[in-house]
Design a protein around this ligand. Structure first.
Ligand SMILES: NC(=[NH2+])NCCC[C@H]1O[C@@H](n2cnc3c(N)ncnc32)[C@H](O)[C@@H]1O
Length: 422
């Protein structure tokens, strides 16, 4: 990738600060750690710059660097790429815990896991990572006889969790440890690591990284992790009411104000369709094809580095003619039984299950397309983690539509990238 530019003696390199760690691949990429001061000598492209650190030169990803004076180094993006202050601050209040505890499917799935494995949990050492109010730890203590449950919780909710454990008579089994799992030590390895870590579109919040880090540090050889696997499912869908509400409203004379508001359409597209819609409830009848699992994660083998970019493929056969407004995504997690041959528990957040607090995630196309039974929609999905804001990602969908009708063999190819949220 060398150009004569990089070989020139530079006038004056610019100093940048690294926002997070970068491990170069290949001999011409320069590795660095968060907060390193990197000298940028040339910017041959918007994505890769030629830089120097401690007299070593190489290519660096521009998005990992931040230029600013001393005053800007106070910028939170340097100190808190995980936004932990805001993140754990929100979990220190009841709102999110009330939402999760009120989610019957979610809470009952975890209760079922403990109940159906109660015999095997006898005398086991369990850690509940991100225990919140401690409900899963209480299930363990009340429905089984583990020797100990370490309930790990970083937010200030842990103070109340300690009282809840005592109030429910479980203090001889459940030990609440307040702190980020990454900064805590447990007195022993564990037999079982259980956590409810799933975010919108499965990965948002990237709490999964904390689970994998805890697995690598605390789970003994042959130990069990719950959930044991996770799948992200996608389907092409109609979203007529959402489209009408947000976009058709601006068409001539369709809105209540009976004026020409047509010029607002590009604004509406940017404002309402450029990001995914969380908490979307898709009707089963809105699915234009059979859903497809596009990503499958094995929680025993998944590595933290795998989370940077996760790719999936799909091929949908349109089963009924309709309007292709977008894609809807949801996830399913499985809890393998501790007992050989025991039943696997499933928590499915899709449209054919009881709605959960996650509901589904809708990715709207810029323009709806009519599709007909027999057409096919195939392509790829790419979940790319944000190198700076570590709880965020972008979702890129590439698709092409193959019309089934003989007379036209036109194939419409398209792509769209959705930030979630940065
Ligand atoms: N399913 C989700 N999307 N969120 C539900 C679980 C999140 C709970 O885990 C806690 N939590 C999240 N990450 C951590 C961590 N690394 N260490 C300790 N507690 C954590 C967080 O404070 C909250 O109480």
């Amino acid at each position: 990738m060398q150009t004569e530019k990089e070989d020139e003696d530079d006038a004056a390199p610019e100093e940048y600060v690294a926002l997070c760690d970068f491990t170069g691949s290949g001999s011409d990429q320069l590795s660095f750690s968060r907060a390193d001061k990197v000298l940028v000598h040339a910017k041959p492209s918007s994505e890769w710059w030629w830089a120097e650190l401690q007299a070593v030169r190489g290519y660096v990803p521009a998005s990992y660097l931040h230029q600013g004076g001393a005053e800007e180094e106070e910028d939170t993006s340097l100190d808190d790429p995980w936004q932990d202050e805001e993140y754990f601050g929100s979990y220190g209040m009841l709102k999110l815990h009330l939402e999760m505890l009120s989610d019957k499917s979610r809470t009952e799935a975890y209760r079922q896991v403990i109940l159906s494995n109660s015999a095997s949990l006898n005398n086991k050492v369990v850690v509940d990572l991100g225990c919140g109010t401690g409900i899963i730890s209480l299930f363990c203590a009340q429905l089984a006889q583990p020797s100990v449950v370490y309930a790990v919780e970083a937010s200030s909710m842990a103070e109340y969790t300690k009282q809840l454990v005592k109030q429910n008579g479980c203090e001889d089994i459940v030990t609440v440890l307040q702190g980020r799992a990454e900064e805590l030590e447990l007195p022993e390895q564990v037999d079982v690591l259980v956590s409810e870590w799933m975010g919108n579109c499965l990965l948002f919040e990237f709490m999964v990284e904390s689970v994998l880090s805890a697995r690598d540090r605390w789970l003994r050889e042959g130990g069990v992790i719950w959930p044991s696997s996770a799948a992200l499912t996608l389907v092409p869908c109609q979203a007529d009411s959402y489209y009408t509400e947000k976009m058709a409203f601006w068409d001539l004379n369709s809105s209540l104000v009976l004026n020409n508001l047509y010029l607002c359409r590009p604004l509406a597209q940017q404002e309402f369709f450029s990001k995914p819609k969380f908490s979307h409830l898709i009707e089963p009848g809105d699915c234009l094809a059979a859903p497809c699992d596009v990503v499958c994660l094995n929680m025993y083998t998944l590595q933290i580095t795998d989370l940077e970019e996760i790719k999936g493929q799909f091929h949908f056969c349109v089963e009924k003619s309709g309007v292709f407004h977008g894609f809807t995504a949801w996830f399913t997690v499985h809890f393998k039984s501790l007992e050989t041959g025991g039943a696997t528990v499933e928590l499915n957040t899709g449209p054919t299950s009881e709605p959960t607090h996650w509901k589904q995630t809708l990715f709207m196309l810029d323009r709806p397309v009519s599709v007909y039974a027999g057409d096919s929609i195939s392509g790829t999905i790419l979940l790319r983690r944000n190198p700076t804001w570590r709880r965020h990602m972008t979702v890129t969908l590439n698709w092409n539509i193959n019309n089934s009708t003989e007379e036209t063999d036109d194939c419409q190819v398209a792509t769209k990238t959705f930030p979630m949220w940065r």
